[in-house]
Design a binder for this molecule. Structure first.
Ligand SMILES: [Mg+2]
Length: 403
């Protein structure tokens, strides 16, 4: 089978179908679970609700997907998933690219993040099924640049109140645990002066050899970001993420030119036109669309191909569970030639282990994929149901219900 990454940018439904050579399937059932908020591991922040999806085929093969959900939207995105699930039962066969065509048609080119998150979850589950049918890990199905060890970094975002001392301690603790790159969010609830001090304290705590990423979480005033950039330049941030909102492409380009720092953007955006505009404007060095929010793995590969033509890298955003979506992120990073370090939330790992065997092993610097078919993730649905009781969210759509 020819890896999809070797195919032209505009993927043809007919040639993909011809390459598949696998038993065709239809979609018989879609189930969703929304996990309740939970205490994060190691006492650093809370695990947000995560929205997981299981798709079962007419032949009884199950695949897992996950949707990127921002607060208060979990049930709304689940509703979109079930509506798209109903629409998908007529797909014969329900290959991921056939589903994607249908989702794009339904969206009429106006997807929005929540619709894209829903379609991402279903397409991800269909890829999991595809990999299982092909008896190959998804990275092998998707790309010709397969690497089993994917470089990762630790995101030290937290909803807790922190100060420079506790942030520096958390960073040095993660480095002691083996992480070789960490990301901080110094402007969350802090002044410019406090943020600059916090970044300096973290650099002093972790030493010069560790990569330090700085995420400004979309400042309203570009001058604020420029001021922070100037004052933290001496600690050599590995990248400077979202100094302004991703919609402000001109602003991003100006900050990139002025600071000379690697600019990262894209986590809450979807649709190729947006990323094409970012690339055309020379506004980013690294794109980070969310692996479970962009629209699907095919969209992620297309964005990666567009970026690669301009020497821009891709580091999929993954503010999701460290189970299904993280596995999808790692398989994509293993498959594309221009992957940057993949995003890990260390506090979420313990929570995921309560209901999932992920199919990858973290050693801090890398995630090692197991080589199991599809995403390689096993889910204990009883444990997942227990964790989802808070939302009373477990529900299903069946093919029968549509007739
Ligand atoms: Mg960010």
């Amino acid at each position: 089978m020819q890896p999809l990454a070797d195919l032209p940018l505009v993927l043809s439904q007919s040639n993909l179908q011809a390459r598949a050579g696998l038993p065709e399937f239809t979609l018989a059932q879609v189930e969703t679970w929304i996990t309740a908020p939970a205490e994060g591991g190691e006492g650093w922040g809370e695990v947000k609700p995560c929205l997981l999806v299981r798709v079962t085929t007419n032949a009884g093969i199950a695949g897992w997907g996950e949707a990127f959900v921002l607060p208060c939207r979990e049930k709304a995105v689940a509703e979109i998933i079930h509506a798209l699930g109903q629409a998908s039962v007529s797909l014969q066969p329900a290959w991921p690219w056939v589903f994607r065509d249908m989702a794009l048609r339904i969206a009429s080119k106006h997807r929005g993040l929540d619709f894209s998150a829903a379609s991402s979850a279903l397409e991800m589950a269909l890829w999991d099924i595809y990999g299982k049918l092909a008896e190959e890990p998804l990275c092998k199905v998707l790309g010709g640049h397969t690497r089993r060890a994917v470089p990762v970094y630790a995101n030290i975002w937290s909803d807790m109140q922190w100060d420079a001392t506790s942030l520096a301690m958390r960073a040095s603790g993660l480095v002691a645990a083996g992480y070789t790159a960490v990301k901080v969010h110094p402007m969350l609830n802090h002044s410019v002066t406090e943020a600059v001090q916090a970044v300096a304290r973290v650099r002093a705590a972790i030493g010069d050899e560790i990569h330090l990423m700085v995420d400004l979480d979309t400042q309203d005033d570009p001058e604020t970001s420029l001021s922070v950039a100037e004052r933290i330049a001496s600690v050599r941030p590995y990248w400077f993420e979202e100094p302004v909102d991703g919609q402000d492409i001109e602003g991003l380009a100006r900050i990139r030119k002025t600071t000379g720092m690697r600019i990262v953007t894209g986590e809450k955006h979807c649709g190729l036109p947006h990323f094409r505009a970012v690339l055309t404007a020379g506004a980013a060095d690294i794109l980070n669309p969310d692996i479970a929010g962009l629209g699907g793995l095919l969209d992620m590969i297309e964005v990666a191909e567009l970026a690669n033509r301009q020497g821009v890298k891709v580091s999929p955003h993954c503010w999701n569970s460290m189970t299904v979506a993280a596995a999808a992120m790692l398989h994509v990073c293993a498959a594309i030639p221009n992957a940057e370090m993949a995003e890990i939330y260390p506090e979420y790992v313990e929570h995921g282990a309560r209901y999932a065997t992920t199919g990858f092993r973290l050693d801090g610097a890398h995630a090692h994929l197991s080589g199991r078919p599809g995403l390689g993730v096993d889910i204990d649905t009883n444990a997942l149901r227990d964790l989802s009781r808070h939302f009373r969210s477990s529900r299903l759509t069946t093919a029968r219900a549509t007739r």
